[in-house]
Write a protein that binds this ligand. Sequence first.
Ligand code: FAD
Ligand code: NAD
Length: 477
Amino acid sequence: MQEKQVDVAIIGSGTAGLNARSVVDKAGGSWALIESGAYGTTCARVGCMPSKLLIAAADAAHEIHAAGLFGVYVDDVRIDGEQVLDRVRRERDRFAGFVVKDTQALPAEHRLSGEARFVGPTTLEVGDHTRVTANAVVIAAGSDPFIPPPFDAIRKHVITNDDVFELERLPKSLAVVGTGIIGLELGQAMARLGLHVVFFARSTDLGPLTDPDVKAAVFAQMDSELNLRLSTSIIDAARTDQGVQIQWRDAEDAEHEEIFDTVLVAAGRRPNIPDLNLAATGLELNSRGMPPWDPSTAQCGDLPIFLAGDASAHIPLLHEAADEGRIAGENAMQYPDIVAHARRTPLAVVFTDPQIAMAGQRYADLNTNDTEIGAVSFDDQGRARVMGRNRGLLRIYARRRCGTLLGAEMFGPRMEHIAHLLAWAIQQKLTVQQALEMPFYHPVVEEGLRTALRDLAYKLKVADSLRCEDMAEAPGC
Ligand SMILES: Cc1cc2nc3c(=O)[nH]c(=O)nc-3n(C[C@H](O)[C@H](O)[C@H](O)COP(=O)(O)OP(=O)(O)OC[C@H]3O[C@@H](n4cnc5c(N)ncnc54)[C@H](O)[C@@H]3O)c2cc1C
Ligand SMILES: NC(=O)c1ccc[n+]([C@@H]2O[C@H](COP(=O)([O-])OP(=O)(O)OC[C@H]3O[C@@H](n4cnc5c(N)ncnc54)[C@H](O)[C@@H]3O)[C@@H](O)[C@H]2O)c1
């Protein structure tokens, strides 16, 4: 076995690992970047980018079908599934290709191929060929799709986000297991591309929302478009000559069965931690096998071991993986003088149509005794009606004592932009009144945001002069 000694060993060459490497390198440290799979990152290969490419094709099909609203009719609409998937792969390969090229351009002697596992607190074995001893280790091993029973028994007959973009042609029917983010994004896209899609979920949850009013708005819209089988339990799944047969029990305890060409399992993702043999580090692991971890430093316990990206299961999003990678790389280099970093305001967008989004504090985490809520429905919002996209609800939360914006949950047209505006305003600690002093053009969807802010201002009865600095007795404002 070869021996290698470095300042920082990095497990995983995804977004978190590459960002950690870059920081270590800039600080003049030596590093080893260990990857057991393909270069290119989950985001570019099988995540953010191919999913949005598929959604873009579905949006194009949907626009045509929805054009009748404007008196515009398109005859003979034909969706060529092979061409749809071919473009998804071509563009995906272009995006991933840049990352692969950059990663392969890194010095070969510092890139190790194989599965890393701990054999000591900062010693790793890579496959059966290299032992790496480091001053610090960054774990950036990402996550893998979770396949629950009974689908785990027929794993090779079901697909996940890892396989769906490799389909040669679109199947006729698709069961989607899970109505979280991946299930909703990919399932709605497939339905709009003409597949018979049925969604199965254990609960009534659709996506990550926690606000009951916004959840109800999402349910009303999605239930009118999609075949949702919520609050169901899947009893069995078996491979047959016609496809995969699913048996399920509905909320009224009645049993059903249906055969689907393909099953997409989107039942969450699990951090790639168990195979790392963290027991060899001496870290105390919790019941899920996860080490103690501080999101402001990325440190595990008080050891020179740092955890970043989806492997932490903290906020499994691309920009958070990049941030955590940088924090982990910096602190790995300067251990034991580690620095705590303020994290950005939470921001999440689900690329369904209409879009679901969240900014700042979730409804579920609010102190309801000190919170006021402003709302706007997009059903009658000017710009949304003009576009024929007048569905949705935005609810914004502010601190009652001083009017500081806290968070928002939303569902509606172009919410990716509204969520950014709100996340930026929240991070700047703006009050409702200060946000209302910003310019709003006409006619735009942002005017809906202004309506919600006005509703909130009315409820707060915030005077123009009221500012947080005048409220020294109101901590957190
Ligand atoms: C379908 C889908 C759509 C998504 N869409 C979005 C989106 O629109 N917006 C958004 O912000 N986020 C999105 N995400 C989430 C985003 O892709 C992830 O948060 C991000 O890619 C995580 O980066 P990472 O570096 O933590 O992990 P990864 O990029 O997965 O990197 C981890 C690497 O570690 C390697 N590895 C694992 N174990 C070992 C080991 N023992 N030894 C060596 N190497 C190992 C893996 O092979 C992998 O290459 C999406 C995810 C999915 C699945
Ligand atoms: N637009 C985006 O930012 C985006 C898009 C896709 C994925 N992602 C990231 O990827 C992560 C993973 O997405 P996901 O949709 O797989 O996870 P998720 O946690 O969003 O949803 C998981 C779903 O699976 C269901 N489920 C869990 N266990 C089950 C079981 N045993 N049987 C049946 N159903 C079960 C849950 O009830 C839920 O509906 C997300 O948390 C998100 O951070 C982000």
